[in-house]
Design a protein around this ligand. Structure first.
Ligand SMILES: Cc1ncc(COP(=O)(O)O)c(C=O)c1O
Length: 471
């Protein structure tokens, strides 16, 4: 979640085998303290005084949480952080200690924590009217829908608002099935599309899949340039989509869904040209094409506003959540009027979808991103960060990838076999307090609030170098 300064001399400088590294981490207090070979880097200055915190201590929350919340919840770090305040790209724990947020609440804080314009929009709307439903008229929902569709290419002009990415993908899959009259969905291996019964089926990572009926889903090969069987050969992966349809379905499919930049799967950008080929094949088989922009939308990739634009395609349905609300529970499905109309054969209703408060907040997010030119900023800071991370790549075994502020650093023990460096990652994860992903948990995901600066990027790289040099 956040990169922080390192405890002095916490990691011995002698090179340790992964098992030893992990053992020492688990009993970290037993690890010998060594004098640091150099001083830890310093976080850029920031003019914000956090409020004194008088609430429950982290240790107590942790205990209570175990008693009253579901046991499936997971947490990061041996001693989970109790974050009590946020301002732009920085977070503060219960003791007032500052952290640089490199993960944005899992790619959700787009404009910055507690961005003043968004806070104002939400507070003003809350004071006036917190809730109605779409049964009644309200200006905020149409203003937001107009602003959102103005960002879309082609005929993507109709919005359904929901509350999360999972709901958005559920609705998109429902529309694909109703519109096409077919059942089969095609999704990518290594994808994450949500945690509901339906979207668990679309997800292609066993970590997130409960043993329930997965629906009529075909998981095709992941066009992953780094680990994929065909490297960056988009045509070879696309042929496999065709073969799935030919051999594994009636020949007709409902749709295809993909993230252009896999997030949970470990910051994987699809092989260039893949979506164009896959979309053609799917459309010929009667299916619609869905772009899951839950993580990659709203200019985060720097080069484009939407992830799918990096592949020069126009989807039939686009799903979004996370960054759309800067932390508000908000999701959306944008599609063509023709596809949207299939839901009119019954009543489609969502109590909170498009509620006045989230709509006002969502509109404020779009305005801030434009006003503060965040897409260009992501391109600028992102290319600086990638360059600096790549210079580290010469020193430590890793793959640096991504665009803008949608980056990943995959740690491997050897360049040829690409063996995941699980133990080293675990140590660094603990020391740096960063976010991670990928099936083996060996990819640092760097997706900070989009106000992250070049100074922040330098600090992150120096902190990584410092931590890695110690292993
Ligand atoms: C690409 C993608 N799609 C869908 C989802 C599900 O979103 P939510 O957790 O808001 O339901 C996520 C969540 O991480 C995601 O990364």
């Amino acid at each position: 979640m956040a990169a922080t300064l390192l405890r002095r001399g916490a990691v011995a400088s002698r090179r340790l085998c992964p098992a030893e590294v992990l053992r020492r981490l688990v009993s970290s207090e037993a690890a010998p303290e060594r004098a640091p070979s150099r001083t830890p880097p310093e976080m850029p200055p920031f003019d914000h005084q956090p409020r004194p915190y008088a609430g429950m201590a982290g240790a107590e929350i942790f205990e209570k949480r175990k008693a009253v919340l579901g046991p499936s919840l997971f947490h990061y770090y041996q001693k989970p952080l109790n974050i009590v305040e946020g301002k732009m790209q920085y977070l503060y724990d219960e003791h007032g200690k500052r952290y640089l947020d490199c993960f944005g609440g899992i790619v959700t804080v787009s404009c910055g924590h507690c961005h003043q314009d968004i806070v104002n929009a939400v507070v003003e709307q809350t004071k006036l009217l917190q809730h109605t439903t779409t049964i009644y008229l309200h200006h905020a929902i149409v203003e937001f829908a107009e602003a959102l569709t103005s960002k879309m290419p082609g005929n993507l002009k109709v919005v359904y608002f929901v509350n999360s990415g999972t709901e958005a993908n559920e609705l998109a899959m429902l529309m694909a099935r109703l519109y096409s009259g077919n059942l089969s969905m095609i999704a990518l291996r290594n994808a994450y599309h949500g945690g509901s019964a339906g979207t668990i089926g679309l997800t292609g990572l066993q970590t997130w899949k409960y043993p329930i009926p997965q629906g009529e889903i075909h998981h095709v090969m992941n066009p992953d340039p780094y680990r994929g069987t065909f490297g960056s050969d988009a045509a070879a992966y696309a042929k496999e989509v065709e073969e799935h349809i030919t051999y594994g379905s009636s020949g007709r499919v409902a749709g295809f869904i993909a993230e252009t930049f896999q997030g949970v799967g470990g910051a994987v950008e699809l092989a260039p040209g893949y979506l164009k080929l896959a979309y053609d094949i799917v459309r010929k088989a009667g299916g619609v094409c869905i772009a899951d922009e839950v993580q990659s939308g709203f200019g985060r990739t720097g080069s484009h506003y939407w992830g799918f634009q990096t592949q020069d395609v126009i989807p039939d349905i686009v799903t979004m959540a996370k960054g759309i609300g800067n932390g508000l529970p908000l999701g959306a499905v944008v599609t063509t009027p023709e596809i949207a109309s299939v839901l009119a054969q019954r009543i489609q209703f969502n109590t909170f979808g498009g509620n006045p408060v989230c709509s006002a907040g969502g509109l404020a997010v779009l305005n801030v991103l434009d006003k503060e030119k965040r897409q260009a900023h992501c391109a600028d800071v992102g290319s600086h960060l990638v360059e600096r991370l790549k210079s580290l790549q010469q020193k430590h075994e890793r793959d640096v990838r991504g665009r803008g502020l949608m980056l990943g650093v995959e740690l491997v023990t050897d360049r040829k076999e690409k063996t995941p460096a699980k133990a080293e990652t675990a140590v660094l994860f603990e020391k740096l307090k960063v976010g991670k992903g990928g099936l083996h948990g060996n990819v640092f995901r760097i997706k900070p609030p989009m106000c992250f600066s070049k100074d922040d990027a330098d600090f992150l790289v120096e902190a990584m170098d410092y931590a890695m040099s110690g292993i």
